[in-house]
Design a binder for this molecule. Structure first.
Ligand code: PMP
Length: 421
């Protein structure tokens, strides 16, 4: 595609107004005005199939969520230093989806803040400073959290107290053995440098590492290893949480492990900034005795009402069940396509989180992946690519995605692969 004059001017204005650190998706950026369900619309009214957005998880501008948000905004919009039932009712509702050991929730506005808070609590609870993450993890933007977000690249150095371990890729050996062994090796390396571990942090589907979900179970021995060394286990559920994997509300639950802390974000408010940290009360005893916590916008009345409506929709519309059903059919369709098109390699999926490697002669091909992503964009189908080598198509639609939407995507991908062949 080519960029129209309005969009060309907008690209220049972004540079001038927002500065040099922002990046747009696609060679021909997409200009959007409206969203509804799984569809996004540009100013000319052209529709794009959103196969990538896990923020608008219950569908763009879901009427029930919008109504709850606007009704609360019209009544009272204030914070957690007054008594208000909304935040308590939501906390009860949310915590009912967790094992009883995880009995507190603290509210933030972003996933980054939730992970930053987790780090502060872990330091206070353990007296330690070391952090272990996977090699291409992303956990957020604060000064402390960017130091353990290796996917930000060489321009954002890791902290001296941070160690990375390989993602649990089942093609490299049984993750039930390799993953806890890697955690132990990182603990040992920290110890050689006089550092004891505070935290093992994992995105429980390893999204930015390229999606590694199977076989479930390997997080349990990894959590045991970090605890034996005096550290805590933080499950970052910003990507897999709220039912996306189809079988469970949370990615950690697939592995039969109970984390010490769980960070939540993105889909929690379907676009309204709501995020949080769920935790075992013992974790905050030390911190709570000395420090107070207040987040002006975190858990405000509008945030609580919006997040409550999101949970209502997930439950009432059976969206986790849809993620399982539609995700399985979608994965089968991708596997069929992979048998017909050489560039499609390994297919991995859990519910409505799907990934497919793009390869040339069996080797990762970043350039080809980018070409496919941009060609799909020209077909008005939106996805992206991820992984340390940028060769993994990342497919992560709103959970209201239907079998017809999946067929539409697969047709588009088939056409694109045929054209690019
Ligand atoms: N953790 C993970 C796994 C994420 O994907 C993200 C956002 N991409 C974050 C944390 C940070 O969330 P936020 O952008 O809301 O700060």
């Amino acid at each position: 595609g080519t960029l129209g004059p309005v969009e060309t001017a907008m690209v220049d204005r972004r540079q001038r107004l927002l500065g040099p650190a922002y990046r747009l998706f696609y060679e021909t950026p997409v200009h959007l005005l409206q969203g509804q369900g799984v569809w996004l619309h540009d100013p000319e009214g052209k529709a794009y199939l959103d196969t990538y957005n896990n923020v608008a998880s219950v569908g763009h501008c879901h009427p029930r969520v919008v109504a709850a948000m606007s009704e609360q905004a019209a009544r009272l919009a204030t914070h957690t230093r007054y008594l208000h039932d909304g935040v308590l009712a939501y906390a009860e509702r949310l915590l009912a989806h967790f094992p009883p050991d995880l009995a507190h929730v603290m509210f933030t506005c972003t996933g980054s803040e939730a992970n930053d808070l987790a780090l502060r609590l872990a330091r206070a609870a353990t007296g330690n400073t070391g952090i272990i993450v996977t090699a291409n993890a992303y956990h957020g933007v604060t000064a402390a959290v960017s130091e353990f977000s290796p996917s930000l690249g060489a321009g954002v150095p890791l902290g001296p107290h941070v160690r990375t371990i390989p993602a649990p890729d089942a093609r490299q050996g049984d993750p039930a053995i390799t993953f806890p062994a890697a955690v132990q090796a990182a603990i040992d390396d920290l110890a050689r440098h006089g550092i004891r571990p505070a935290l093992l942090v994992v995105d429980t589907v390893f999204s930015s590492d390229g999606l590694f979900t199977d076989p479930p179970g390997f997080l349990a021995p990894a959590a045991a290893a970090i605890r034996a060394a005096g550290g805590l286990f933080l499950a970052d559920e910003v990507q897999p949480g709220f039912g996306r994997t189809g079988s469970h509300m949370w990615g950690f639950a697939r592995h039969g492990v109970i984390p010490d802390m769980v960070s939540l974000g993105k889909p929690m408010g379907n676009g309204y900034p709501v995020a949080g940290l769920v935790l075992r009360p013992g974790v905050i005893a030390e911190f709570g005795a000395k420090a107070r916590y207040f987040n002006t916008f975190g858990g405000n009345a509008v945030a609580a009402a919006t997040a409550m409506a999101v949970l209502d929709v997930i439950e009432d519309e059976g969206l986790m069940q849809n993620a399982a059903r539609t995700g399985a059919a979608f994965r089968d369709g991708l596997q069929d396509l992979a048998r017909q098109h050489g560039p499609l390699g390994d297919v991995r999926a859990a519910g409505l989180f799907l990934a497919v490697d793009i390869v040339t002669d069996g080797q990762p091909d970043r350039t080809r992946a980018a070409r496919i992503v941009n060609a799909l964009r020209d077909e008005r189908i939106l996805i992206s690519a991820t992984g340390p080598q940028g060769h993994v198509l990342k497919i992560r639609p709103p959970l209201v995605f239907s079998a017809e939407n999946a067929a539409f995507f697969l047709d588009g991908l088939d056409r694109v692969l045929t054209r690019l062949a």
